[in-house]
Design a protein around this ligand. Structure first.
Ligand code: FE
Ligand code: FE
Ligand code: ZN
Length: 293
């Protein structure tokens, strides 16, 4: 079974899509995910079509289909918070432009953390998210917004199938909204991931399995239901290597891009290195080989 697997890679304003593709290829990936700029700011440069063209050529030669490539929106966008109407509208405008940038790059899917209920109830937060999503969809074309399944840290919304369903139900143009699952987030939200099939059954009956368009594949440093959101390297956390394999090779998830968002090894040290090449290799071989000394 051919799996589509890659990792988060970094986007640089000079090398743009070409740089991201080169990094992904160096890991042996056949897809990837990136932010179009800083994760913490809304400063964004122009997309250079010449670079995108070069990148697409390289991707073509390396079996990477742009349809499987994902953009992640910055964390600072919080559509649940409407306490300041001007800020709320600023973020609607910013996120709309982010979708335009995706479209220019040929990318069809953007992941969004739905939001956090600050200065409001969870219900109000969800309604604020729905209003913003409908506006963004009105402002833009084609690109699908993937609402990420969240661990439920603090007041985070989207920590259950039911909350994601409420959001999707409120979106008028259903073809423009879908879901991105995240194994660490699911574990931390209280899902027993050793039984992925019963989760998929519930997801299918409430939302529809065809709405799963991306899967962030991370191990978790914490226990089921911890609501912590600390990603671990594959096979080094509480989910464990075999459960990760069962997810990636689940027949019902075939064709979905799996994206690693695991931490660098020896983070913040001089000898830090990316784990992705090793994690992808281990997952492809379905065999865990320790890559951390
Ligand atoms: Fe995310
Ligand atoms: Fe994620
Ligand atoms: Zn996370």
């Amino acid at each position: 079974m051919e799996i589509i697997i890659g990792s988060h890679v970094s986007f640089n304003s000079k090398t743009q899509l070409l740089g991201t593709a080169e990094e992904a290829i160096s890991y042996g990936a056949n897809t990837f995910m990136f932010y179009t700029g800083s994760t913490q700011s809304t400063l964004r440069g122009e997309i250079d079509d010449k670079i995108s063209y070069e990148a697409l050529k390289l991707m073509n030669e390396n079996n990477i289909n742009i349809k499987n490539v994902i953009v992640h929106s910055p964390y600072i966008v919080n559509f649940a918070n409407r306490a300041d109407e001007r800020k709320y509208e600023f973020y609607i405008d910013f996120f709309s432009k982010e979708l335009d940038r995706c479209k220019k790059l040929g990318i069809t899917k953007i992941v969004l953390h739905p939001g956090s209920a600050v200065n409001c109830t969870r219900e109000e937060g969800i309604n604020n998210i729905i209003f913003a999503l409908n506006k963004v969809i009105e402002n833009t074309e084609e690109v699908i917004i993937l609402l990420e399944y969240m661990p439920g840290k603090g007041n985070e919304l989207g920590r259950s199938i039911d909350e994601l369903k409420l959001m999707i139900d409120g979106v008028k143009e259903k073809s423009r909204v879908a879901v991105c699952l995240d194994s660490c987030h699911m574990n931390d939200s209280g899902i027993d991931i050793t039984n992925i099939d019963s989760f998929l059954d519930e997801f299918d009956s409430k939302i529809g399995i065809d709405k799963i368009k991306c899967f962030h594949i991370n191990d978790s440093l914490n226990e089921v239901g911890s609501r912590k959101d600390r990603h671990a390297n594959i096979g080094y956390g509480n989910i464990g290597f075999d459960n990760i394999i069962n997810i990636v090779y689940n027949k019902r998830l075939q064709g979905i891009p799996f994206i690693l968002e695991t931490p660098y090894v020896n983070r913040n040290q001089k000898d830090a290195y990316a784990p992705y090449k090793y994690e992808i290799e281990n997952i492809r071989n379905k065999k865990f080989i320790d890559f951390i000394q």
